[in-house]
Each structure stands twice: as C-alpha cells, then as structure tokens.
Design a protein around this ligand. Structure first.
Ligand code: ACO
Ligand code: ZN
Length: 201
C-alpha cells in the first residue's frame, strides 16, 4: 500500500487574519472548496470572532485559513453528548454519556463551529492544516471555554475527515443533501470537556 507523500517541507507561521487580508482568504476558499461565501460573511466572522480566525503564512504569502464561530446550542449531538451514528449500531441505553446526560440534564452549551478550513493545493500535506486546527482548538477553548467543537464535512472528503479524526473528532450525524450539489455531510464533533448543568466545572 503506497501513498503519494511529498517530501517537501516549508516553514510557516499561524496568526490572526487582518481585515485587508480577507481577499486572500476568499481566493484560497474559491480555489479549494465548492462552498463560497460573500465578502460580508467573512467580515462578519472576523468582526465577531476575529481572535479565532487564523491564517497560515509562508514567505509573506497567505496559504491557508481557518474560520470559526462560537454558538450556543441545545443540540446534544453538537455538545458531544449524543451520537446518532453510534445509536444505529449500539444499544441505546446505558452508555457512560447517556448516564452523564441523565445525571446533569444539560440544556445548553457553548460550542465552537469550524465554518471553513482550507490550504492552497501546493502547500498541502505539510502539516499546515493540522497547525491551523490545533491553534484554533486551543484558542476556542481558552477564549470561549467551549465544551465541544463541531463541523460539517462532505462524506467523500477523506483528507479532511482523516485530519479531523486525528484531532479526536467523531462522526456523529449525517445530514442528507446538505450541500448544494446534493452530497451528504457528516457532522463531526470533538468533545473538549464534560458539560455540567449551570456551567460549573
Ligand atoms: N489523503 C489522506 N489523508 C490526508 C490527506 C490526503 N490527501 N491530506 C491530509 N490528510 C490527513 C492525514 O492524516 C494527514 O496527516 P499525515 O500527513 O501525517 O498523514 C492529516 O490529514 C494532516 O494533514 P496536514 O498536512 O496537516 O493537512 P493539510 O495542510 O494538507 O490540510 C485540508 C488539510 C485543509 C483538508 C486540505 O486538504 C484542504 O485544504 N482541502 C481542500 C479544502 C477542504 O476540503 N477543506 C475542509 C472542508 S470541511 C470544513 O471546512 C469544515
Ligand atoms: Zn458549518
């Protein structure tokens, strides 16, 4: 079993995006993903959660980004307390998460949402996506005290799914026809810490 693995390595830095760099982020998005957004959406994410909107830079060139939002939710799948895909194959009652949920009866939690991550094609498989995700996870935890982080990903997007699994994200739901071309999405969720009612640790 052999796999194409470029040997090249570059040195890069991860930092917060600046407003006048949004056009470069948009360009990377348009080259990398079928899901595009208008400028105002990037600006909104920047204005609200600019401390967790990051770019990767190589020789003064932006080659990757990750943008995130912070949400309040009562959706137990997004909180990492339920897994709809595991429920299909496992008995429903009695798991440790079920017990925890019954004990604490969690209503709402603060969660991180990875809206979009991409690295320019010529710079992939060098650890840049991992570095963006690692930094964003740490910042979302430190700045917003998130209980979990979730994202949607095309069911066919194996590179991204493998990246997320490396960081402890688990497939927890399928959304049928989520994408405009009809493809399904996995919702993948990473539990950060136990959730207790009232928000006390
Ligand atoms: N095939 C298999 N596994 C892969 C691949 C690939 N082509 N690319 C990355 N991975 C997995 C591997 O496990 C890899 O670890 P390894 O290299 O030690 O084996 C791990 O991901 C980390 O790889 P990185 O080099 O850190 O990731 P990279 O910088 O290449 O970025 C990304 C990954 C962002 C998914 C990139 O491939 C990309 O931009 N793809 C197009 C855009 C995209 O699909 N974005 C995600 C959409 S979903 C969302 O935004 C929420
Ligand atoms: Zn999303």
């Amino acid at each position: 079993m052999s796999e194409e693995r470029p040997e090249k390595r570059v040195s890069f830095t991860i930092r917060k995006v600046a407003e006048d760099e949004l056009d470069q982020v948009i360009e990377i998005n348009e080259h990398s993903l079928p899901e595009h957004y208008w400028y105002g959406f990037y600006k909104y994410i920047l204005d609200e959660w600019g401390d967790v909107f990051l770019v990767a830079e190589v020789n003064n060139k932006i080659v990757g980004y990750i943008m995130n939002r912070i949400e309040e939710t009562s959706d137990k799948v997004l909180m990492g307390l339920e897994n709809e895909l595991e429920n299909q194959t496992k008995p429903h009652e009695g798991g440790p998460l079920d017990r925890l949920r019954r004990i604490f009866d969690v209503e709402r939690a603060t969660v991180g949402h990875v809206v979009s991550i991409a690295v320019l094609e010529g710079y992939r498989r060098m650890g840049i996506g991992s570095a963006l995700l690692r930094e964003a996870i740490g910042l979302m935890l430190n700045h917003y005290d998130v209980n979990s982080i979730y994202l949607e990903v095309r069911v066919s997007n194996n590179p991204a799914i493998r990246l997320y699994e490396k960081f402890g994200f688990v497939k927890a739901r399928i959304i049928r026809g989520y994408y405009r071309d009809g493809e399904d999405a996995y919702v993948m969720v990473k539990r950060i810490k136990p959730i207790t009612s009232g928000g006390q640790a």
